[in-house]
Design a protein around this ligand. Structure first.
Ligand code: BGC
Length: 372
């Protein structure tokens, strides 16, 4: 979508949402609920401010809903499950119409969502599915399996695995095991890469064996932390890459891990343009796009979080007004109690020479910000 078109689309979306919604407060605070009337309140629970994407996600959705005349309560929970539960309880006490929840632990919200259901509050799971609860009405996300598949296919193509090239030394990583997305990302990538591990074209010197359903958890990084990924990569290099053995490729599920992995590799003397491995990523975080420009990361899977916010704002509006809520997937996301109707958006691979066309021309970043 061109920048102009996007801007117009956003304005049109806000205008169409605003046209029929009753406007309540317009106090401009984003970290607490705004205004006296709660009749039009939408609660937005985000996991953490420590990752760039969630700041963008929260601000964009909050802005859209406010422009459309809704009152909002936008809360960040510092990646602490109990804090997120308390925030949701406080929101429910204010009688909101809808809760939009990007969960920290997708299995921990059952009891608080029971309270939401009793108070007749609808729930949209934002980006991450909430498991084990019947009280999740909708789910909006990017196609998480496809994110991983794109990472796997990128590695396959870059290394020439289809042409029989190899063997290459691979180090796999996965996301936080309490995040339902992490399994989808890993499975998408592993479905592409596993045959090459089995045929010996991809070798895992650290000996991480990922054969069965839940084995991906052996390479998962709790809380998606850069520092933990860095320490894990340090350990693997120290223990298994002796005698001149080199890491050729790292499957990293997202940018926060990729950042830590890159730091580890640099500290161990790997040099871009010489022996630096392929590293994958996801989110197009600013630091990582800069790393791609500097040849310290090979790709990122970009999820234009503005489109997710747009979609969720439309869902909220349809719920409040009793309209039809648009979904495009009613099969994939079984949360253990029910299949949650979902809207899946398409993720997009970005490599170095596409940064301008995809990230700058769409208005996601200014050239200035990227130092281009
Ligand atoms: C999101 C990713 C993000 C990760 C860490 C996942 O649930 O889908 O975009 O990188 O959480 O915050």
């Amino acid at each position: 979508m061109s920048k102009n078109f996007r801007v117009l689309a956003s304005v049109a979306l806000a205008a169409s949402l605003a046209a029929t919604s009753a406007c309540s407060s317009t106090r401009d605070e984003s970290s607490s609920s705004t205004g006296g009337s709660t009749s039009n309140l939408i609660g937005i629970a985000m996991p953490t401010r420590s990752l760039e994407r969630w700041n963008n996600d929260g601000a964009h959705l909050d802005g859209l809903l406010k422009k459309a005349g809704y009152t909002t309560s936008l809360q960040y929970a510092d990646n602490k499950v109990d804090q997120q539960i308390t925030q949701l309880e406080n929101m429910i006490n204010q009688n909101p119409k809808v809760l939009v929840v990007a969960s920290i632990d997708g299995t921990a919200l059952g009891p608080v969502l029971d309270k939401a259901a009793k108070a007749n509050v609808k729930v949209i799971a934002y980006d991450r599915l909430i498991n084990g609860s019947p009280n999740v009405d909708y789910y909006a996300t990017f196609d998480n399996y496809l994110v991983g598949k794109l990472q796997g296919q990128f590695i396959e193509e870059k290394l020439g695995l289809k042409d029989g090239k190899g063997p290459f030394n691979l180090e796999p990583f996965a996301g936080s095991s309490d995040d339902n997305n992490a399994k989808f990302f890993f499975n998408g990538a592993w479905d592409v890469l596993k045959p090459y591990v089995e045929s010996g074209k991809l070798v895992i010197p650290s000996g991480k064996k990922i054969a069965g359903e839940e084995d991906w958890k052996t390479v998962s990084i709790t809380g998606w932390k850069s520092e933990t990924a860095q320490a894990e990569m340090d350990n693997r290099i120290n223990s298994f890459y002796t005698g001149g053995k080199k890491v050729n490729v790292v499957l990293s599920p997202n940018d926060s891990l990729a950042l830590g992995i890159a730091q580890s590799l640099e500290s161990k003397g790997y040099k871009p343009g010489a022996d630096y491995p392929i590293i994958t990523g996801q989110d197009a975080d600013l630091a990582n796009v800069k790393n791609i420009i500097a040849d310290k990361q090979a790709m990122t899977v970009w999820k234009d979080t503005r489109t997710l916010g747009d979609q969720v704002a439309k869902m909220v509006d349809a719920i409040v007004k009793g309209g039809t809520v648009e979904t495009n997937d009613t099969k994939t996301y079984n949360n253990g109690v029910k299949v949650v109707p979902a809207y899946l958006l398409p993720p997009v691979v970005v490599v170095k020479d596409e940064i301008k066309a995809k990230l700058v021309d769409s208005g996601f970043y200014t050239a200035d910000k990227l130092g281009l």
